[in-house]
Design a protein around this ligand. Structure first.
Ligand SMILES: C[S@@+](CC[C@H](N)C(=O)[O-])C[C@H]1O[C@@H](n2cnc3c(N)ncnc32)[C@H](O)[C@@H]1O
Length: 250
């Protein structure tokens, strides 16, 4: 149900993101952890259009990118190919990552885990990710820190003009919070006739560092670190833009 945006509009998703800039910001974080722990393979859970998976494959890792949305996976395959060591799979959070222990690392980033229908599913996905990696391996979860957003009307964050054949469009993206839920608000308008092509408010969960920690420990994580951003900023619930968990399996 929350997949409309992703399943119908993979082009819109990619048009909203400056991928070289985003990967330049996030890549060094992964590089540090992966080098430190000797990570040579990873599964990217809810990989979207596959840019992180392709980056990691470019570093020489064996990678599987998985996502519930067949359209996102189709776009990932078309953009990055499927060379040796890079595999794309349609798989939802509710399906097991097979076989257990087959990766050095599992990542779930870009607020994907917050799109789970409820925290029980979050618990399950963290358990699946930890089960998918070898002892001493690494799980990285990145979600938006909902708690820094004031409650109330949408804060518009992005306004992009793009060509999505056959249309020239304007894409507006914002975010708002209502109690313990966030919403990504999206409007796509056709510039030729001002018609709204798509309008959607995608709900996401406000997740707490403590609950992520509990879920990870229950699933066998031994050592955990939390950050408020990809430059290793300490996590501050009232200020951090991001909530990043790095969990090592015992
Ligand atoms: C905001 S995008 C993030 C994609 C990518 N990880 C990134 O950082 O750009 C969220 C992704 O989660 C996927 N997703 C949402 N619900 C899912 C579910 N139940 N199981 C697997 N993937 C899901 C969507 O299809 C979408 O590709």
């Amino acid at each position: 149900m929350p997949l409309q945006l992703f399943d119908q509009l993979p082009d819109v998703y990619d048009a909203l993101i400056d991928w070289p800039k985003r990967l330049a910001n996030e890549g060094p974080f992964y590089r540090r952890w992966f080098d430190r722990l000797g990570i040579h393979s990873a599964v990217d859970v809810a990989c979207g259009t596959g840019h992180h998976a392709a980056m990691l494959h470019g570093w020489g890792l064996r990678i599987e990118g998985s996502d519930l949305s067949p359209k996102m996976i189709e776009q990932a395959r078309a953009a990055h190919g499927e060379p040796d060591g890079l595999r794309w799979t349609v798989r939802g959070f509710d399906q097991a990552i097979e076989p257990p222990g087959s990766f050095d690392a599992a990542i779930c980033v870009g607020n994907s885990l917050a799109l789970a229908p409820d925290v029980e599913m979050v618990r399950r996905v963290i358990g699946e990710m930890l089960a998918a990696i070898r002892g001493g391996g690494l799980v990285v979860v990145h979600v938006l820190n909902l708690w820094r957003l004031p409650e109330g009307p949408c804060t518009w964050q992005k306004c992009r003009r793009a060509t999505l054949p056959p249309h020239d469009v304007l894409i507006l993206k914002g975010v708002h919070r209502a109690d313990r839920h966030g919403f990504v608000d999206l409007v796509v308008a056709n510039l030729a006739d001002n018609a709204i092509l798509h309008a959607e408010s995608v709900p996401f969960l406000g997740l707490e560092a403590d609950e992520l920690e509990d879920f990870a420990r229950q699933a066998g994580a031994r050592q955990l670190d939390f950050f408020g951003g990809y430059r290793d900023q300490p996590y501050d619930r009232s200020r951090s833009v991001d909530l990043l968990m790095v969990a090592r399996r015992g």
